[in-house]
Design a protein around this ligand. Sequence first.
Ligand code: NAP
Length: 297
Amino acid sequence: MSKGQFNKIGFIGLGLMGFPMANRLVGAGYELVVWNRTASKAIPLVEKGASQAATPRLVAEISDVVITMLATPEALKEVAEGTDGIVAGLSTGLSTSASAWIEMSTVGPDVIHEMSRLLPREVSMVDAPVLGSVPQANEGSLRIFAGGDGEAFESLSELLGVFGTATYMGSSGSGAAMKLVVNLTLGSIMCALGEALALGDGFGLDLHKVLDMLETSPIAHSVHTKREKIESGNWLANFRLELGSKDLRLVSEAALARGVQLRQVPAAKSWFDDALKNGMGDLDYSAVIAQIRTALK
Ligand code: NAP
């Protein structure tokens, strides 16, 4: 099935989010080429007809568009740079190599600028991180914040529509910047909720009644979505705490570099760091609530 100018899509990073997103591309009839550090995660997609490339470079050489969905800026640079990297694949001058790179991880604007500078002029880079988690990635109902050349964004909008609703934020890095703005609130709200519950514990209030009341408060949405985890103590991850900590690190670094003196982010980050030290990195990011309630008991 032809999908206009972009038919063959390269997808790099098949983690909790990347896998269901790549899977939607198969479902939508795109020809898919994948690469993941842990190669075995690609097997279910290969069984559905996707091909698996040996290196990120090869993905870039044989696709019309490359999409990345990786954990951190460091991971992104690892797959982008070097002789086997995406940049080498986009720079071969081969007529088959991709003409656009959509970067969808949460990595902040600075590494987007760094990567963009490495690309040949004919290749467009669009930063397009997402809001929503695994259920929304499965359904194709993510919110996408996009930055980069406006025409490139328009030409990629049908493809982005497979994942959800995309909003154009402005020049290169604007989508990545918007994502940090949003994730500042996610980390802070989770810590505010943890501290609120710790205070309720200190007063000897009943947890379930406290949650009932907080579900009618300004942080109702977070209480509603995390209540089941708080009450059951089952912190199975949709969004790993290690990545929540990484986001607060990126927020802190980006704010500092721009002279924005944040005060509550360092406090929230210190809670996430404590949780990480206690081996909670692979739990859901909301497990920071358990860390806070235990520490303040
Ligand atoms: P994840 O499950 O931890 O997957 C991370 C992916 O990055 C995996 O494919 C992993 O490969 C790869 N990776 C990590 N380090 C690497 C390295 N050094 N070299 C090559 N590949 C490496 O993360 P996720 O939940 O899918 O999240 C992906 C991105 O989306 C993150 O930036 C996250 O902050 C953001 N995000 C997540 C959610 C969510 O709810 N989960 C929501 C919105 C945005 P392996 O499979 O080999 O480990």
